[in-house]
Ligand binder design. Structure first.
Ligand code: HEM
Length: 301
């Protein structure tokens, strides 16, 4: 069913892979949570913005499973998402993060080719292996994330995986200098993937109940960091892992309760940034701004 306008090739390609009317064209399965963000005492040195100076601020969060199918099994070895909006007094800050340090493609052209290669051939009902092979030869950047996802089982909980921005952003510090960094959220519960037995035995939907039970013990915590690049780490390619090990602590994100469907019609925008944080020249990040705005409009129709 058509939910796209036809003016956004990337959105059209995602939609063609099976988007459902009224649902997100990507990360369709998910649910909402609420909590707050407590900045680290020194975070404003790194990024001189009100959100990092003020006390704990309310946050709306959406956890999701990648893909366009709202009924996708939560055991699927694909990306998990954590979208966060920190509600500042004057500005909000959206962080749209995924459970691996890299994304599918280096550029919008490469991502479009990847999505088109995954589409079912109308004659056979399955993707055309020759088209996939031709795509992979032209765009080897799109091989990295699928290999990483296949190398381990799905996270055993939304609370037990790190999340990453994959893009670099520019953070302007108290000294007026803008420094590139990627965002990462590190779970205090540690990183845990499903065991082989859990992959076989768990029902396809288990994550919400797991979170409900976990929240009975208290808030779920993530430490948010700015990951700094090492020399040579690319600032404009989310398909490449960074070697940089240095991290600046920005604060703690606490999830206190699940919130059902309250965020369903919110659009978390990777470019909704407070003054003091700017988008980098990453062409994927630039492309996302238009796509998410169009997707959101289409979803509300
Ligand atoms: C040009 C490349 C990309 C395109 C075309 C794209 C497209 C989309 C679309 C259409 C949605 C649904 C938006 C809505 O209806 O509100 C979405 C959601 C999402 N995307 Fe992307 N995306 C891209 C790159 C990325 C990257 C690099 C990341 C990694 C951080 C990412 C992570 C997510 C997450 C976590 C969601 C779910 C957000 C939510 O829960 O509301 N995407 N994407």
């Amino acid at each position: 069913m058509t939910i796209s306008s036809g003016r956004q090739p990337l959105l059209d390609a995602l939609t063609h892979l099976g988007a459902h009317a009224g649902k997100r064209a990507s990360h369709a399965r998910g649910y909402c949570a609420v909590g707050h963000f407590a900045p680290h005492a020194n975070a404003a040195h790194f990024a001189d913005i009100a959100i990092l100076r003020d006390g704990p601020l309310p946050a709306t969060v959406r956890f999701s499973v990648g893909g366009s199918d709202p009924a996708i099994s939560e055991k699927t070895r694909n990306l998990r998402g954590m979208a966060v909006r920190v509600h500042g007094e004057h500005e909000s800050y959206d962080m749209v993060l995924v459970s691996e340090p890299i994304f599918y493609a280096a550029t919008p052209v490469s991502y479009l080719s990847y999505l088109e290669a995954q589409a079912a051939d109308p004659n056979t009902g399955v993707p055309d292996p020759q088209r996939i092979a031709a795509h992979e030869q032209r765009h080897p950047d799109t091989l990295r994330l699928p290999a990483l996802l296949a190398s381990h089982a799905a996270p055993s909980s939304y609370a037990c995986t790190p999340y990453h921005s994959t893009h670099a952003f520019l953070f302007t510090g108290a000294d007026g200098v803008a420094r590139p960094a990627r965002l990462m959220a590190v779970p205090e519960a540690g990183t845990r993937y499903l065991s082989a037995a859990q992959e076989r035995q768990l029902p396809s939907a288990f994550l919400e109940r797991e979170m409900d039970e976990r929240l009975l013990q208290g808030p779920i915590r993530f430490q948010l960091y700015a990951q700094l690049p090492a020399a040579g780490d690319p600032l404009d390619d989310p398909s490449m892992p960074w070697q940089g090990q240095e991290r600046v602590p920005l604060g703690a994100l606490l999830i206190t309760a699940l919130a059902d469907t309250s965020c369903d019609f919110m659009t978390f925008m990777p470019t909704r940034l407070p003054t003091g944080i700017a988008a980098s020249d990453d062409p994927m990040l630039r492309a996302r701004a238009n796509v998410y705005a169009s997707a959101s409009l289409a979803r509300r129709r």
